[in-house]
Ligand binder design. Sequence first.
Ligand SMILES: Cc1cc2nc3c(=O)[nH]c(=O)nc-3n(C[C@H](O)[C@H](O)[C@H](O)COP(=O)(O)OP(=O)(O)OC[C@H]3O[C@@H](n4cnc5c(N)ncnc54)[C@H](O)[C@@H]3O)c2cc1C
Length: 304
Amino acid sequence: MTADRLVTELAGTAGVAVRVREPLARYTSFKVGGPADYFVEATTVRGLTACLRVVERHGVPVLLLGNGSNLLVSDQGVRGAVLRLRGEFRTVRWHGSGAEVGAAHAVSRLVREAVRRGWGGLEFAEGIPGSVGGSLVMNAGAYGSEMERVVHRVDAVTAAGETLALGREELRFSYRETRLPRGAVVTRVEMALTPETPEVADARMRAVMTRRKESQPSGHPNFGSVFRNPPGDHAGRLIEASGLKGLRVGGAEISRRHANFIVNRGGARAQDVRRLIERVCSEVESRFSVTLQTEVRFAGEWPQ
Ligand SMILES: Cc1cc2nc3c(=O)[nH]c(=O)nc-3n(C[C@H](O)[C@H](O)[C@H](O)COP(=O)(O)OP(=O)(O)OC[C@H]3O[C@@H](n4cnc5c(N)ncnc54)[C@H](O)[C@@H]3O)c2cc1C
């Protein structure tokens, strides 16, 4: 089957839009990334299931894109389809024990709405610029809490286009990762929240905001913490103690404010970031015998 045929089939599917060779830099928080062969947006569950069946039949790999705030997309781009959810995946339904939230809903908006409605449990996520789906997959967390604490159930669609409901006991949560069936696309997340006085929740949320402002860089594109904290230590401390704050490759720089952040000082390429990451890993390994692991995920086709 030809690429033209794939595009024609996707374009003819209700609830699906497709673009060819769409540059991805505009969809990532670091503002880097070459083109996706096929950039596909699904606005309904029905469209999504149909679209996944089409791409599977064509044997085309699929990369899910949330808000792109934890993805380093290569300068050469992504071979295959990059899939983004929109439309009905952005909606929220509030109910007696919390909220049922579409995977494309912005976490920060959800936190604020929860606080306003008198629900507690999500304040830790204030300032996380991800989507609900991406944050579930990353088990995003901060200041002593993480998504695992609030997730009750997840709706997903398998790579073969079958819908799936997963109870929290079926989700394998760990540090910055939630294991889902291979290729599953998260469509909705059921959150169990705690009734709270809005003023109390608001104060907690503002405390998180203040802590972020005090410690994290702002003003330059980044993707939050680049490395996972190794057991019993902090990646930022090890990088700073290695004297790497301010180190620069091309337009990518280890933040002078927080060593576990890489910022785009302007014109950075994904390859600059990758080289900086490799340099940090080798310095920290040689000084402290600690192997750092990235929290940021690499996507696309990389030169060897
Ligand atoms: C300024 C800044 C601050 C940050 N602070 C924090 C923080 O405090 N704590 C923290 O944990 N992270 C933080 N991050 C990192 C990032 O925001 C989180 O990891 C976020 O949860 C990623 O969500 P996303 O929608 O951007 O996912 P993306 O980056 O788009 O994707 C992340 C992963 O999830 C997959 N994915 C996305 N959506 C779906 C879906 N619907 N179904 C299946 N798979 C999917 C992607 O394929 C990819 O593997 C920060 C980032 C920035 C830029």
